[in-house]
Design a protein around this ligand. Sequence first.
Ligand SMILES: NC(=O)c1ccc[n+]([C@@H]2O[C@H](COP(=O)([O-])OP(=O)(O)OC[C@H]3O[C@@H](n4cnc5c(N)ncnc54)[C@H](O)[C@@H]3O)[C@@H](O)[C@H]2O)c1
Length: 242
Amino acid sequence: MTDAVVLVTGGASGIGRAIVDAVLAAGGRAIVWDIDAAGLSACAAAHGARVHPARVDVAEAGAVTTAMAELPPDWAPTHLVNNAGIIGRRMRLAEMDPADIDRVLAVNLKSALYATRAFLDRRRPHPGAAIVNLSSIAARTGGMPGNALYATTKGAIASLTVAAAKELAPDVRVNALAPGVIDTPIQDGVFGGDRGRIAEIARAIPLQRPGAAAEVAEAALWLLSPASSYVTGTVLDVAGGR
Ligand SMILES: NC(=O)c1ccc[n+]([C@@H]2O[C@H](COP(=O)([O-])OP(=O)(O)OC[C@H]3O[C@@H](n4cnc5c(N)ncnc54)[C@H](O)[C@@H]3O)[C@@H](O)[C@H]2O)c1
């Protein structure tokens, strides 16, 4: 990965930050787009000149276009990880209002379309060019009760992955990860920080524990690297067998 420049959306926390760390450990550089200013500063402090952090709301098409145009020439991305995501407010279908629907669709789904479009426009061609999207096992299970909107977006991300893999072959490989329960801040929106509830869920996972962000990052790194050169259009579970 030494000549790779990997753009990671939502790279200031959780799985995204772990992917940034893994890319850098493999010798690459990373562009980190996030709305979390403190997380971006922490990432920059940890990695210095090998990361290019920017405060970008990837749910906004204009912000994505501008941020891509503002990248210095030697930071043209070679790889993309569409990772930014939110759970959204927990609610029943009958309670959903258009603002909730718009926000979750924009952050979880439209952002991937915006970032992919911008990446294709600006990317530096690379023999191992690849995109990794973050889906979820919720795409198949429907997610936890009250998270239908989230599950819907993750299903759409899986569909986008397969469609993009066909359209962009053979130049760019496109795959997705479907994590299960991974111990990151996003789980506060699912379990409200209730560790007892997380432990209860863990007992139903064959590997008997939530996953770590670094374990998802290892899978992402494999999908980004030449080691997976004949893999495209797949959605890989990283879910402890759940
Ligand atoms: N943690 C899990 O159990 C789990 C399971 C399945 C899928 N995922 C997916 O993995 C991805 C990463 O989740 P995580 O667990 O690391 O969560 P997280 O909350 O730790 O990280 C998400 C990051 O996205 C950023 N973000 C949110 N909205 C944004 C926006 N509009 N623009 C730019 N950045 C934005 C946040 O600031 C944060 O840094 C998400 O797409 C999530 O749906 C997570």
